[in-house]
Design a protein around this ligand. Structure first.
Ligand code: GLU
Length: 476
């Protein structure tokens, strides 16, 4: 069996991180099984669906590197892939259900249905269709339709329990009587989600449906429809709910929920995928940091977790930082440059300098835009006189170090040196140790205080060679 999976967003808004996670799981599953990943646009809610949203969602998926093999923009053998373009298919199959006695035309008006619903609620009954049109003869129904009577098509829900094995939830039982006869085609000719989803999953030969847990109740209606069509349903896997730190369903209240917002905030697409993947799935090697390509052959349904997954922004930031840390200097230059302001002195330095600089700070940041803070410090003439620095300056050894380094730096500067190298720093250290007899903390902290004007920072042997000598001179 060739695996065929789909992501089926409704283009009624931006790509939500929950949607991105579903897309990612389907994509990874297809990749791992040598299967096909399909993008299907579920746009039968004509009022809320917008072409712009479809385009934006596709762009965001592309940014994440979740590219589909079949879809509305790339085509494929089972198209069209936009539900609004498949209306005749839904109509034909609904008529077949009527012919086979599994569905019927319903002439109840919305007002009538609403009134019955209110009575049911008042009497503490679960509102279910009472079957009023179930027994209208086909010919009579045809006549009413020809004389202009608006009719929906309703599916005859069988009175029995349904059981299926879910890839995440294991055995799921829907007891008898949970749903009454339900509409599959509205009187305006548009299909409802549960119905067109089944038609499409069947005709597009979908083998596995991996989707969010909130769709679990829909599976009951879908199983009924598969049975009526005498079609074997796909394997289902309903992935755990995404929740915020307050354990409530993830929503705008918890902060940014659209992929686009994270893209704007300069998160890395690979880091986003990495983090989203961990929200409900775990790596068999207990690995936390990985790329999509690392998961080929590793990703499978068996490692989905049942418990709700908590979205934790701090963890996402950490994951982003880990991906930055794992980059080599060339990759960093390529990707980070655009996040460093154009007027930053960074851009006036040699490529070698730029590589060393990014490499030095990459493990201290979560975002590319944070590089600039460190770069600005390198070029700052300011001395940060906090309590610690005042203490360092009060030691009797510090003025000796300052005097010595001042002369050394002046000599080098006068001879045309623009940057000192690591060797030079070692020589200074040896001199201070051997001639000035200063060792340990007074030596290292003293040198740091004098050269950087700060009480902490990266290793001097890496930081000082990046600092222009005139800046060192000014600070001293
Ligand atoms: N259009 C549905 C949604 O956006 C898809 C549900 C499904 O995957 O079956 O939630």
């Amino acid at each position: 069996m060739t695996v065929r999976v789909r992501f089926a967003p409704s283009p009624t808004g931006y790509l939500h991180i929950g949607g991105a996670r579903t897309a990612l799981y389907n994509y990874l599953f297809a990749k791992s099984k040598g299967g096909t990943y399909i993008l299907r646009i579920e746009d039968t809610d004509l009022e809320r669906s917008k072409k712009e949203y479809e385009e934006l969602q596709i762009a965001d998926l592309k940014w994440l590197g979740i590219e589909h093999n079949e879809g509305p923009d790339v085509g494929g053998p089972y198209g069209p892939y936009r539900q609004s373009e498949r209306l005749p298919i839904y109509k034909t199959h609904a008529e077949k259900l009527i012919e086979k006695g599994h569905a019927y035309y319903c002439f109840c008006t919305p007002e009538e249905l609403e009134a019955k619903k209110e009575i049911a609620v008042r009497e503490s009954r679960v509102p279910q269709y009472d079957g009023k049109c179930r027994n209208i003869k086909f010919e009579e129904a045809q006549n009413r339709i020809s004389s202009g009577g608006p009719a929906s098509i309703r599916f005859k829900a069988p009175h029995k329990a349904y059981v299926f094995m879910d890839g995440v939830r294991d055995r799921v039982v829907f007891p008898e009587g949970m749903v009454g006869d339900f509409v599959i085609m509205r009187s305006n000719g548009l299909p409802v989600y549960n119905y067109c989803c089944v038609i499409d999953d069947w005709l597009m030969k979908i083998t596995h449906v991996i989707r969010a847990e909130e769709h679990l109740p829909n599976t009951l209606r879908q199983l009924m429809l598969y049975e009526a069509f005498e079609v074997r349903p796909p394997e289902f896997a309903h992935v755990s709910l995404l929740i915020g730190k307050d354990r409530q369903k993830l929503s705008k209240r918890h902060g940014a929920t659209s992929v686009a917002q994270y893209k704007e905030e300069s998160y890395l697409p690979e880091a986003m995928c990495n983090y989203l993947c961990l929200l409900g799935w775990s790596h068999p090697g207990e690995v936390d940091i990985f790329k999509k390509t690392d998961l080929v052959g590793v990703f499978g349904i068996e490692r989905f977790q049942k418990a709700a997954a908590m979205f934790d922004l701090e963890k996402l930031q950490w994951v982003n930082g880990q991906h930055i840390k794992a980059m080599n200097a060339q990759e960093l230059i390529l990707k980070a440059k655009e996040f460093i302001p154009t007027d930053s002195p960074f851009h006036r330095q040699s490529v070698e300098w730029q590589e060393k600089c990014l490499d030095l700070f990459k493990s201290q940041i979560h975002f590319f835009k944070d590089f600039e803070t460190h770069i600005a410090e390198i070029f700052s003439r300011e001395v940060v006189e906090n309590e610690k620095l005042v203490e360092i300056n009060s030691w009797e050894t510090t003025p000796q170090i300052r005097q010595y380094l001042k002369e050394e730096i002046k000599k080098l500067k006068d001879s045309g040196v623009t940057f000192v190298n690591e060797l030079q720093i070692n020589q200074w250290t040896e001199h201070i140790k051997g001639e000035l007899k200063i060792k340990g903390k007074p030596l290292f902290m003293g040198m740091r205080g004098v050269l950087t004007g700060r009480d902490h920072g990266p290793e001097l042997k890496f930081l000082i060679p990046l600092t222009p000598i005139e800046i060192l001179a000014d600070r001293i």
